[in-house]
Design a protein around this ligand. Sequence first.
Ligand code: GLU
Length: 505
Amino acid sequence: MTTETSAPASQDSRPTRVRIAPSPTGDPHVGTAYIGLLNYLFAKQRGGKFVLRIEDTDRTRFVSTSEQMIFDALKWIGLQWDEGPDVGGPYGPYRQSERTEIYREYVQRLLDNGTAYKSFETAEELEAMRQSQLAAKQPPRYNGAHRELTPAQIATFEAEGRPAVIRLKVPASGSTTFRDELRGEITFDHNNVDDQVLLKSDGFPTYHLANVIDDHLMQITDVIRAEEWISSTPKHVLLYKAFGWELPKFWHMPLLRNIDKSKISKRKNPVSLNYYRDSGYLPQAMLNFLGLMGGGMAQPTEQEIVSKGLNTKEGDIFSLAEMLEKYDFQRISLGGPVFDLVKLKWLNGEYIRKQSPDEFFATMRATIFSDEYLRAVAPLVQTRLETLGQFGDMTGFLFSDNVMPPESVWLPKKREAADTIKFAEEQLTALEAAAWDTVSIDAALKKLGEAQQWSVKENFMLLRAIISGSTQSPPLLESLVVFGKARTLDRVRRFITAQKQPKRS
Ligand code: GLU
């Protein structure tokens, strides 16, 4: 059967409803805030609703502390949602793990109307399929073997107790075209669209199924998300069609990029909002910076620059209220916006300088000198002090941004520099995966040390040197917990980067 699925431009006259749908898989990502801001502006400019939905159906990547961190981080930068798991709303529940019954019920409709089918391959069979495709230099994909099983064959598999997944029956030929509001029409040949798994054998939906059902049931009119989801959109369009539902409009935002234009990743820049919050970035500066990313804010004209005596860079400084007034989605430029830390720092400095002395003092007391932080730091050194004046000497590294030990401090006596830096990289990976409490960090480091034959002493001394800049510090594990995961990882990352840079002689 040849099918041309052409999605007509949606003539949506429903009240605007948009959403962000983060997955709670770790620290809150700057990309979530970027897309969150755009959705927020879009909704508020149109008198609509901004929904927060938690997409937590991938249980293998689920991190239990992540959801709360997402809430906290979005509130920190000043974005409030109208509906969500914590505030409720008429279309709840807003956490996908609480909606699994709904997905199972809807997927049955697709089985009934022939747009989805059960597929019974075992993990080994799928792996063999993958290997033979790779060997034949073909892109790995499902080969469609169970697309046309007879009811008798299905009954046999079920009687054997074979678990099944449910797959989307992508038409064998033809193509799907949809409109992207920023790019125009995009066409995907069905040859390049896999028969996506919709429901896994554990009864949990995949992202695609849950996302489409929820966007429909939550009456989402505009799907504003990152560019990386474009290749999933034909599957979504086929799903809307299979259900007989009206399509939302799709807006795929350009991805944030590193200076070298690669997609931002934690290897190159901190991507956790916690890092920026804990290192003393002001939320207004962060929000302003994210507002610059899409290019939707008009820059001041030559005339304004002259008549208002503006420094051109001042055109880069604007508040949320100004964005609400002026942000223009038609202006968004598709060239990848650069997440330029130099620019962010400059902007942050501008915001700090704009504060009155009282505001600045209050900001310091609410952040890096908060009661909460001081209360956590004080017990680390209380028993070691002879005078209170020594407090700064012993804890300075917990209040500094730039700590870089000399080689005489970080290099263990019996180790080579290159091996030590390699071990620091492994420490970084172990710390990234660890829950942030002393017991978990201790276990992660010791496990690594045992595997690599680094003694506990060498292992901890290296990390102590990287974090504190010295061979002596308050208790290491407690210090790491107080300093926070995001800042600790950043410090280790910066150490590694600095050591790998060619040395000036
Ligand atoms: N759960 C997806 C994410 O983590 C949502 C993508 C979408 O907005 O459709 O980004």
